[in-house]
Design a protein around this ligand. Sequence first.
Ligand code: ADP
Ligand code: F6P
Length: 319
Amino acid sequence: MNRIGVLTSGGDAPGMNAAIRAVVRKANYYNIEVYGIKRGFAGLITSDFIKLDTITVGDIIHRGGTILRTARCEEFKTEEGQIKALRNLEAFGIEGMIVIGGDGSFRGGLALSKKGIPTIGIPCTIDNDIPFTDYSIGFDTALNTVVEAVNKIRDTATSHERTFVIEVMGRHAGHIALYSGLASGAETIIVPEIPFNTDDICNKIISGYERGKLHSIIIVAEGATSGFKLGEIIQNKTGLDTRVIILGHIQRGGMPSAFDRILASQFGGSAVELIKNNEDRKMVGLTNGRLLITDMEKMLTETKPLDMKLFNLANILSF
Ligand code: ADP
Ligand code: F6P
């Protein structure tokens, strides 16, 4: 393996740059050249490649977003798109790929591997919905962004004795909602993995005020229901002064946390080790504090379960 490529794909996440840096520096350490592919799989098709070295990845470990840019590319899902990508990689003499992204990006990585390019995946999505790793890069930073926002909302919620519905991201998963709800002391956490009943939610809010609570914070995962819809239902059923906030893309930006930078450095280093040893279709992960290597195909057939113990604990503590 003399020359590899690296790309970031799907939704960006804080820590993508730290992962790119780790891949490039670890590869260069082994005298392996690295090309960065711009805009995910789209850049593979248009041959938008850029040589990266230890200097070009300097001063990015702390930056949010991705210097390689990212994209969602429908054309790469087609046979023609994948053939174009393969030709471009062959023309550049790129022998292996490291894909930084979420499960969609790993499906792209698998397609690339099936065309003959050994590919390793680095889980990087704020959603933290990748099985076989406790954390994906970006989740910790997004979580802290949500908690910081809820801290601020708490102040005004308390002053006005209001109910706030705060919608967070996560696509089809509730990990951001669960962790941020627990960390911010939300009264109610609504996730797509667990059915909810709006009457129960309203009764809990009312009884909270009756016991002397000064506000009510409800964290809802976007995959469970719309924050606006829920806010309207609560307002109509309880008559309480209710406000809705959609935190949106603020959750994807900002400086990566120390945790995400360390995770990105470990994952990047480990991915290079794998590709150097001619491994293929593997994903790096971290489970119970240890690096874990999983088959990409196996990972793509599983769904990461929500931590039910944590959910039940959050429920008890929110009383
Ligand atoms: P994420 O990686 O964050 O889950 P997406 O689901 O949007 O993001 O996937 C990112 C990109 O990965 C897609 O836009 C596409 O280019 C590629 N991709 C996803 N699924 C496939 C597939 N089945 N075959 C080939 N490429 C795919
Ligand atoms: O996968 C990351 C994520 O931010 C999800 O939480 C969210 O549902 C989605 O991407 C939003 O995508 P877009 O940036 O295309 O609106």
